[in-house]
Design a protein around this ligand. Structure first.
Ligand code: PMV
Length: 361
C-alpha cells in the first residue's frame, strides 16, 4: 500500500518552548501555543508499507538518511514511540520518501511539516490506523511525538491553530504511575485544532525572511530542556503566556485587530529569545541581521503611528514578518533592502494537510 500526503509548515505567534519534565518523552508542552498554517511551504511524503518487522528506510530531499545523521535519530525515536502505543506498527516495513518544497538548508524549520506529512501518510497506509484517520486531534498528538510543532500542522482546515498543553503542569506523577488508560488519556489530551480557517482574515500576509547564519545551531530540543531545568523565570513566563497572552491573542485574531495583535506577536517573540538568552549556558538564535530587521520594523511602525508589521523568530536567525495586504509592498521593500530580494518570500495563511495520488516513487 502506497500513500502520499502533503503537509504545510506553520509559524507560531505564541511559542512552544519546553516539555513537561516528567512527560518529556511524550512531548507534552508546559504551555499552549498558537500558530498560523503557512500556504505554499510544505513537505510531501510518500510511504509504502508491506508486512514485515518494523524496518524503516527514509530518503529526505533525495538523500538516504543513515544512522549517523540527526534526522535518523528523530525518525527512529518517533517509530519507537508510536510502536509502543500501537504495537501493530511493528508488523510492517516502511519505505519513506520525503521532499520539502523549500530548502532545508535555508534554515526554515521542516520538522513541523515533515512529521505532519509522515503521520498523515502512515495512518493512510496502515490499515489498523483506519479508525483514527479522520480524528485530527489524535493525529495531532501523534505528530507531536515526532516534533512538538508538528502537532500544529495537522488540523486539515489549517488557518489559525491552537495547540493546547492538555492536562498541563498539574499532573505531578510520572507516566508509569498512571494506569494505561489514564496515561493514554493524558498523552492524547495535548493536541492542536483550527480556531479560524485560512479565509477568516484574507488580508493577512506572512513574509519569510532568510537570514544568513554563521553560528552553530543549538537544537531546540536540547535548548528548551535546559531552560525548563533551571531558568528561574520559566514558570512566570509560562503563567503569563498561558494565563494572559493566549486568550488575548485569540480574541485579537477573531476581531482581526492587527495593530494590537502585532504588538503581542513581537512581545511573544522577544520573550522567547529573552528566555533562551538568559538560559545558562545562553542560547542565542538571532544575529545582527535579525536585530536589524527588528529595528526596521519598529521604526516603520513608529513612522506610521500604528503597528503595520510584526516580526517573529524561532530557533534560528530567520525572521517571519506579519503584515496586511495594504502594507505588503512597503514591508517587502524594507526587508529586501536588508537581506536582498532573493531571501524574501511572501505568502499567507493556508489550509492543512491533504492526500494526493502524485506519489514520489
Ligand atoms: O517542534 P520543535 O521541537 O522543533 O520546537 C520548535 C520550537 C519553536 O520553533 C522555537 C517555537 C514554536 O512554537 O514553533
Amino acid at each position: 500500500m502506497k500513500v502520499t500526503a502533503v503537509a504545510p509548515t506553520n509559524i507560531a505567534i505564541l511559542k512552544y518552548w519546553g516539555k513537561h519534565p516528567l512527560w518529556e518523552k511524550y512531548h507534552i508542552p508546559m504551555k499552549s501555543s498558537l500558530s498560523f498554517t503557512v500556504d505554499g511551504l510544505y513537505t510531501k511524503t510518500t510511504v509504502e508499507v508491506e508486512k514485515g518487522s518494523g524496518k524503516v528506510s527514509f530518503t529526505l530531499n533525495g538523500r538516504e538518511i543513515t544512522p549517523d545523521m540527526k534526522e535518523y535519530e528523530y525518525v527512529e525515536d518517533f517509530f519507537g514511540k508510536i510502536g509502543r502505543l500501537f504495537p501493530f506498527v511493528k508488523n510492517y516495513d516502511y519505505k519513506i520518501v520525503s521532499e520539502n518544497n523549500f530548502p532545508t538548508a535555508a534554515g526554515f524549520a521542516s520538522s513541523a511539516s515533515g512529521f505532519a506529512a509522515l503521520v498523515k501518510a502512515i495512518v493512510g497506509a496502515v490499515e489498523e490506523f483506519s479508525p483514527y484517520r479522520d480524528d485530527d486531534r489524535k493525529l495531532s498528538a501523534l505528530a507531536r511525538l515526532g516534533s512538538g510543532s508538528a502537532s500544529r500542522s495537522i488540523p486539515r482546515e489549517g488557518g489559525f491553530v491552537g495547540w493546547w498543553r492538555g492536562f498541563g503542569p498539574h499532573f505531578l506523577k510520572e507516566p508509569e504511575a498512571y494506569s494505561e488508560e489514564e496515561r493514554w488519556n493524558i498523552i492524547f489530551s495535548s493536541y492542536a485544532e483550527t480556531l479560524y480557517g485560512p479565509d477568516h482574515w484574507p488580508e493577512l500576509r506572512i513574509i519569510y525572511v532568510k537570514v544568513k547564519k554563521k553560528e552553530k545551531k543549538v537544537k531546540s530540543r536540547a535548548g528548551m530542556r535546559q531552560t525548563v531545568k533551571d531558568h528561574p523565570l520559566y514558570k512566570d513566563w509560562i503563567d503569563y503566556e498561558e494565563g494572559q497572552m493566549k486568550d488575548t491573542m485569540i480574541r485579537l485574531v477573531r476581531e482581526k485587530r492587527f495593530p494590537q495583535l502585532a504588538e503581542l506577536i513581537m512581545r511573544a517573540s522577544n520573550n522567547l529569545h529573552a528566555m533562551a538568552l538568559s538560559t545558562y549556558r545562553p542560547i542565542i538564535y538571532m544575529n545582527e541581521t535579525s536585530h536589524a530587521i527588528i529595528d526596521a520594523i519598529h521604526d516603520l511602525n513608529l513612522e506610521k503611528g500604528e503597528n503595520v508589521a510584526a516580526y517573529t523568530f524561532d530557533a534560528g536567525p530567520n525572521a517571519v514578518v506579519f503584515t496586511l495586504s495594504q502594507h505588503e509592498n512597503e514591508v517587502l521593500s524594507l526587508l529586501r533592502e536588508i537581506v536582498g530580494g532573493e531571501n524574501v518570500f511572501a505568502t499567507k495563511p493556508g489550509r492543512g494537510p491533504y492526500y494526493t495520488e502524485e506519489h514520489l516513487f
